[in-house]
Design a protein around this ligand. Structure first.
Ligand SMILES: Cc1cc2nc3c(=O)[nH]c(=O)nc-3n(C[C@H](O)[C@H](O)[C@H](O)COP(=O)(O)OP(=O)(O)OC[C@H]3O[C@@H](n4cnc5c(N)ncnc54)[C@H](O)[C@@H]3O)c2cc1C
Length: 470
């Protein structure tokens, strides 16, 4: 039955914009992984910022909770409503206009519901690069990317989403529109308010449009897979390659020999890259706007020197696009291979990069003290200090092992991260999933400042309750 408030939303915004029937609403009530499920009295799919404003003002007046939703690819349950039947989900999937691309200022202005992959292709058609790139780019929306401050594979060169944003338009919980959609590179007129919304996980308002930085296309690419004896060697390699290759370094990824093992077992069409298995591997990509021969020569020379100086023990350089893609697949297929191996514990952590080797040793000692048979699969954006420190169940353990026994191990991993001054969430955010650890481990003063900001912008607490802050 349509509630009285949902009827008012229908009246104000029209039936094309507001869904109230349980069957119509159902697809908006679960998360990507099917871990969370919630309730709502209505789903609003606005077409304009004015409609977002109208919907939010009505919810605010009535004290109704609002859950902003983008492409629903978030991995922490942030876009899934809680169990309250009165929630309203606002999804921007119909706000998909690219408002402008400027190839002199190198900027793009787009509505928040645009799919990231479509924006990357629009930039490419204009002979420019939008460097934000992640495996979920053909489903996630740019508004969701901002709300989670997404990372991805090119952060080592271009930075996180936060660094790619020049301006935003957002609607505050009371319906007021923040017109911050500037494309200025320089604006030192006080607090940078747009940054509050980036990484806010829908708790301060709804982002409706964004002005992004564009870069020159870097279509000339060269990749090397280097084998290393240890994370300490990978770190030395990183230091050397950064010094020699500078801004051409587009990605510096790491995975362990165990990750390669599981990938070769589950992924099709991949082969052992060397004639023996090594403890670790680094995948390095260089990219430039021009001169493939020079880029290849640079890569071969720095890797040759690194081999001679003992910074890696083996290396395979891509000689064709097909080889480049195969080397990348060894890294990209790890998540899928681990999924095929069964339910596991995911930890998306970051560390001061120089502490990664010590962390790998001490964290393993901690988890083995709790569960000697646990199988770690460690990979990630090493150049950003970001590791996916994933733990699979011991051989022979039941498939519900992670759900039933996992938290003790998660607590060990995250406590160890804090010992090194790291972060319990490098890229994915807090959502519902990490709320308990956020409260436990985030600095109390920083938590209080966040609550103060939240109270100022959202005094009635309607925005995404139970996510990030509660
Ligand atoms: C296969 C796969 C690979 C991934 N790889 C990466 C990766 O490499 N790096 C990375 O950082 N993430 C990665 N992710 C996670 C996810 O893609 C990102 O967090 C992404 O930015 C979420 O965007 P979305 O549009 O799907 O947001 P949603 O999941 O819909 O929402 C995420 C959060 O943002 C809020 N939100 C959404 N839209 C708005 C808006 N317009 N205004 C205000 N708040 C809003 C929601 O309330 C929620 O709290 C991956 C996910 C998958 C499934």
């Amino acid at each position: 039955m349509t509630t009285e408030f949902a009827s008012r939303l229908l009246q104000a915004l029209g039936s094309e914009c507001v869904l109230t029937q349980p069957d119509d609403i159902a697809p908006w009530l679960t998360d990507w992984r099917g871990i969370y499920r919630g309730n709502a009295q209505a789903v609003v799919r606005p077409r304009t910022v004015e409609e977002v404003s109208k919907a939010l003002a009505m919810c605010n007046d009535a004290g109704v909770a609002v859950v902003p939703r983008g492409g629903n690819t978030g991995l922490c349950g942030g876009a899934t409503p809680d169990a309250e039947p009165t929630n309203v989900v606002i999804c921007l999937d119909r706000m998909t206009a690219v408002r402008s691309i400027d190839t002199v200022a190198n900027t793009m202005v787009a509505e928040a519901g645009c799919i990231l992959g479509n924006l990357r292709r629009a930039a490419q058609d204009a002979d420019r690069l939008l460097p934000l790139s992640l495996a979920a780019e053909d489903s996630s929306q740019i508004g969701g990317n901002l709300a989670t401050n997404a990372g991805g594979v090119n952060v080592v060169r271009y930075g996180m989403t936060r660094e790619l944003v020049l301006g935003i338009e957002a609607v505050l919980p009371n319906g007021e529109i923040f017109h911050g959609l500037r494309t200025l590179r320089k604006d030192n007129t006080g607090y940078d308010l747009k940054q509050l919304f980036i990484g806010s996980e829908g708790t301060l308002g709804i982002i409706t449009a964004v002005a992004l930085r564009l870069y020159a296309r870097a279509d000339v690419r060269s990749v090397v897979l280097a084998a290393v004896e240890s994370p300490a060697q990978a770190l030395e390699l990183f230091e050397r390659l950064f010094a020699k290759c500078g801004a051409r370094m587009q990605a510096f990824e790491f995975f362990t020999g165990d990750c390669l093992d599981i990938t070769l077992k589950h992924a099709e069409g991949l082969q052992e890259p060397f004639d023996q298995r090594y403890p670790g591997y680094v995948l390095l990509e260089l990219a430039d706007t021009t001169d493939e021969a020079a880029l290849n020569a640079l890569l071969e020379s720095v890797i040759g020197d690194a081999l001679e100086d003992g910074l890696c023990v083996d290396a395979a350089v891509s000689a064709s696009l097909a080889q480049l893609q195969t080397l990348w697949k060894l890294r990209e297929e790890i998540s899928e291979a681990q999924r095929a191996d069964g339910p596991h514990l995911k930890h998306d952590i970051s560390l001061p990069i120089e502490h990664i080797p010590a962390f790998m040793v001490s964290a393993e000692a901690r988890i083995r003290a709790v569960e000697p048979g646990v199988r770690p699969f460690i990979f990630g954006h090493f150049g950003d200090g970001n590791l996916h420190y994933n733990l699979s169940r011991p051989e022979g353990a039941p498939t519900d092992w992670a759900a039933k026994e996992g938290y003790a191990l998660t607590a060990e991993v995250l406590d160890e991260v804090m010992q090194y001054g790291g972060s319990i969430s490098a890229e994915h955010g807090i959502g519902q999933l990490k709320l308990q650890d956020f409260k436990r481990l985030k600095n109390p003063l920083e938590q209080r400042m966040m609550h103060d900001i939240k109270r100022l912008l959202d005094p009635k607490g309607i925005m995404n309750p139970g996510k990030l802050l509660s």
